[in-house]
Design a protein around this ligand. Structure first.
Ligand SMILES: [Zn+2]
Length: 333
């Protein structure tokens, strides 16, 4: 009976989009649906049920083939009670996502935070496939990570491990909301790149982007990407600097975990052609030679599908990796 259950639903509850997909045990997407997120509980509830129903009706598979619903979500989660304790940008507090989905679909639910789910996805079916030491780093409005070490997802005491954006790279640097100073996120996230670009341009830096600021508008990161592609030295330097900061943080990860593959995802990686070379250069220049020489630094292969694929994979880990499965069962993900 269990053997015939070869599918799982992946649900990715992100800051801007809800993404649901029906996925095979081999990581293949059979059908998917995306809608906008809302910022209140009842709409979120309705949206996730609608998204899963759409995927189920469009794929029209035998329900007995589905093992469960894996959820990748932003915010702070409790995997024992299957609730989202807190997700600021979704307006959720103590949101019983597990109970809601179980009640509506009569399927078991497993929960993971979004960076951890993406890490599992890339590890099983993406840029880290076949490796046992993989770190996934997402660079978007903030910076987060999921760490697979010797085939185990590192979750920590309360599923809060991997806050890579909040390691300090300058002890007396910019004050961060987390209470620390000089957090990486303040220098290399999409938000940080954008703030720095606009500040420098207001102070009269020479750039093809200057006309935007002079017209009273704000430069967006898509403008920076376009300018960089057209060879604007200011934009190229800005992205190179972000790569240097990320590289500084990545060196610490490699030294701590003796990593084989570092995978970068998130919206800022739309500019990866400018940022990744700078990360690699920094890592090779300042890292411990015997550790950094072995590491592959790559862009995500699964892209926007990393979350749903990783979330659905929570139901199939035992088939490909026994150690990770036993660990996940212990933490009741
Ligand atoms: Zn911080």
């Amino acid at each position: 009976m269990e053997e015939s259950r070869d599918l799982a639903i992946g649900l990715d509850l992100g800051g801007t989009k809800i993404h649901a997909a029906l996925i095979t045990r081999d990581g293949e997407i059979l059908g998917e649906f995306t809608c906008q997120t809302s910022t209140n509980e009842s709409d979120t509830s309705a949206n996730i049920i609608y998204a899963v129903n759409r995927v189920l009706s469009e794929t029209a598979v035998d329900r007995n083939r589905i093992k469960g619903i894996g959820v990748a979500t932003a915010g702070v989660i409790d995997t024992e009670r299957n609730i989202i304790k807190f997700a600021n940008n979704l307006g959720l507090e103590n949101f019983p996502i597990g109970a809601i989905l179980e009640e509506n679909f009569q399927l078991p639910v497993r929960l993971a935070n979004d960076a951890n789910a993406a890490a599992i996805g890339e590890w099983m079916w993406g840029a880290g496939k076949g490796k046992q030491n993989v770190i996934y780093i997402t660079v978007s409005t903030g910076i987060g990570s999921g760490i697979i070490s010797n085939g185990n997802l590192i979750t920590g005491l309360k599923d809060s491990a991997g806050e890579f954006g909040h390691i300090s790279i300058y002890h007396d640097g910019i004050v961060c909301e987390c209470g620390n100073r000089g957090c990486l996120e303040k220098y290399a996230s999409g938000t940080a790149i954008n703030i720095r670009a606009n500040e420098l341009l207001k102070n009269g830096e020479t750039s093809s982007l200057l006309s935007i600021v002079n017209n009273g508008a704000v430069v967006m990161n898509t403008d920076i990407a376009t300018a960089a592609r057209e060879g604007d030295p200011f934009s190229l330097r800005l992205l190179e600097e972000a790569g240097e900061h990320l590289g500084t943080g990545v060196i610490s990860l490699i030294h701590l975990f003796n990593t084989e593959v570092i995978v970068f995802g998130g919206g800022v990686m739309n500019m990866s052609e400018f940022i990744l070379p700078s990360i690699k250069k920094t890592v090779l220049k300042y890292g411990m030679e015997n550790l950094v020489n072995e590491v592959e630094i790559k862009k995500s292969v699964l892209g926007i599908h990393a979350g749903v694929i990783g979330a659905s994979s929570l139901f199939f880990l035992n088939e490909t990796n026994k150690e990770a499965s036993s660990m996940l069962q212990r933490t009741n993900i």
